[in-house]
Design a protein around this ligand. Structure first.
Ligand code: NAD
Length: 509
């Protein structure tokens, strides 16, 4: 594995300032919340965190804005999102710079994240002329039964560091066309890209003449998120992050009968069958397992390989892993950027120590890199580990590039291993056997929210609903019918018969 040279923190600070200036954001001066870069592991600027009074004011303002936004025609609401999409296109490169600086994504993936935001804006604009209800056959003559979808209220969006901008846009573009208003509490690790997104939405609102208060940004840590979780004016809490966070948020929102949409951790697996096209499988596996330095919720963490091809596949994967270029995410040749923090690296080392104690064998990777250039950053070689069984550590999500390789003999056994983890986000099978593929996609196959064939577990398109089952939280965001989580259905019975007919044949009076 080769390493590429790192920029200095001063370079990155200057680049962040330039990107913010291009976008039109006042460059932050001072404040207790530190914007930081995992590229060098050092601080960039202090930014101002939200106070309790700011939080209260933001919730009150978005609640007040909701009262007019909910009756603004949906296609008109779509105009705001269309303008946001245009501004995202215009500032794509600068926004991607901020994602790279704060989250450490390589340039191509950071540009991909902004493209995903543009895509969801396009989708939401189309949605603004749909939001279909249904007409249902009534059992009574002269009656019509219908379903209408209405806006829900204020949506509290709590997001994670690893998709610092896209997750906001999935929620916000859809919530806004649905007639909701949004308060956003991004990860405390990514304030600069959050300021940029908030600024572009405010600019779009000014340009199309809609109230700015349809959206508010609250920078800060968990305590700010908790205020959204507990406030009855926040109708829906859409929270993306670890399963630990979801376990805290879900019951608290439920206790006040609020709604929550939880997008939590994954422990995604791919089955590689004997008939698989190994060239294609290897490309898919390496991107899904080592891409984003293993820090996607959909990162491939377990590989379940048929015993007959396991040695060949492992040998080829080991060779591919040894060639992965690690280093500055701004270098075109780099494929693996930094982990978010040295704490994340320590958690990875802990998982590797545990799996080795349980009999796992490291086949490639695991060493820390670039420590002399940046001792406070955490660059690591992606790791391949061969394991005989799915022990406790294999069943956990370690948010780092560790790929555990297991073997199987029968497809039933492979599917059983596949599903035998607490999480249920993304999954895939590499096979040229159609029957195997269909079994994997069937009700008796993968238990995940995302199930793919001949493609890895990560890199979903916005057109489908995104989310997963079990400890992944059960929420769905983005495309398909996910918009329904941001609205409330009302059932309408309209009697045009001139007589009162009661349902189920009941007679009264
Ligand atoms: P995290 O759980 O540490 O933090 C996520 C967000 O929740 C942050 O904004 C944080 O401030 C906030 N938060 C934490 N505890 C809270 C609480 N008790 N109440 C209210 N807010 C709280 O996650 P992270 O380290 O930023 O992100 C990585 C995790 O996110 C991984 O587990 C990954 O799988 C998951 N993730 C899931 C998806 C998905 O769509 N399923 C997408 C991206 C990331």
């Amino acid at each position: 594995m080769t390493s590429t040279a790192l920029p200095t923190t001063d370079d990155l600070r200057a680049r962040a300032r330039t990107a913010l200036q291009h976008i039109g954001v006042d460059v932050p001066e001072g404040g207790d919340l530190q914007a930081r870069t995992p590229i060098t592991g050092e601080n960039l600027f202090g930014v101002k965190a939200a106070t309790d009074a700011d939080t209260e004011e933001a919730i009150a303002a978005t609640r007040a804005a909701f009262l007019t936004w909910r009756t603004t025609p949906a296609p008109r609401r779509g105009e705001l999102v269309r303008r946001l999409g245009e501004l995202l296109r215009e500032h794509k490169s600068d926004l991607a710079d901020l994602v790279t600086i704060e989250a450490g994504k390589i340039r191509s993936e950071a540009l991909g994240e902004i493209q995903e935001m543009i895509d969801i804006c396009d989708f939401a604009v189309g949605l603004s002329r749909q939001l279909y209800g249904r007409t249902i056959a009534s059992e009574r003559p002269g009656h019509r039964l219908a379903e209408t979808w209405h806006p829900l209220g204020v949506v509290g969006v709590i997001s994670a560091f690893n998709f610092p901008a896209a997750v906001w846009s999935w929620n916000t573009a859809v919530a806004l066309v649905c007639g909701d208003t949004v308060v956003w509490k991004p990860s405390e690790l990514t304030p600069l890209i959050s300021l940029a997104c908030d600024h572009l939405l405010a600019r779009a609102a000014d340009e199309v003449g809609t109230p700015r208060d349809v959206h508010r940004l609250l920078l800060g840590g968990r305590a700010v998120g908790e205020k959204l979780v507990d406030d009855p004016r926040v109708a829906l809490v859409s929270a993306t992050g670890s399963t630990r966070m979801g376990r805290e948020v879900g019951p608290r929102v439920a206790a006040r009968f609020g709604r929550s949409l939880l997008e939590l951790g994954g422990n995604n697996a791919a089955i590689v069958a004997p008939s698989a096209d190994l060239d294609l499988a290897i490309q898919g596996i390496v991107f899904a397992a080592a891409g984003t330095a293993g820090q996607r919720c959909t990162t491939l963490r377990r590989l379940i390989v048929h015993r007959d091809i396991a040695d060949t596949l492992v040998e080829r994967l080991t060779a591919a892993y040894r060639k992965l270029p690690i280093g500055s995410p701004f270098e075109d040749t780099t494929l693996v950027g930094p982990l978010i923090s040295t704490e994340a690296f320590a958690r990875m080392q802990d998982a590797l120590a545990r799996v080795q104690a349980e009999g796992g064998k490291i086949l490639a990777g695991g060493n820390r890199r670039l420590t002399e250039e940046a001792s406070t950053a955490a660059y690591t070689e992606p790791v391949l580990v061969r394991v005989d069984e799915q022990t406790d550590v294999v069943r956990e999500e370690t948010f780092a590039p560790i790929l555990y390789v297991l073997t199987y003999d029968t497809l039933d056994e492979a599917i059983a291993l596949h599903n035998d983890v607490p999480q249920g986000l993304s999954s895939s099978i590499f096979t040229r056997d159609q029957q195997e593929a269909e079994i994997f996609l069937s009700a008796a196959g993968s238990d995940c929210g995302i199930a793919n064939v001949n493609i890895g577990t990560s890199g979903a398109e916005i057109g489908g609903a995104f989310g997963g089952e079990k400890d992944t939280g059960g929420g769905r965001e983005s495309g398909s019918d996910a918009w329904k989580a941001y609205m409330r259905p009302a059932t309408n019975t309209i009697n045009y018969s001139g007589e009162l007919a009661l349902a189920q044949g009941v007679s009264f009076l």
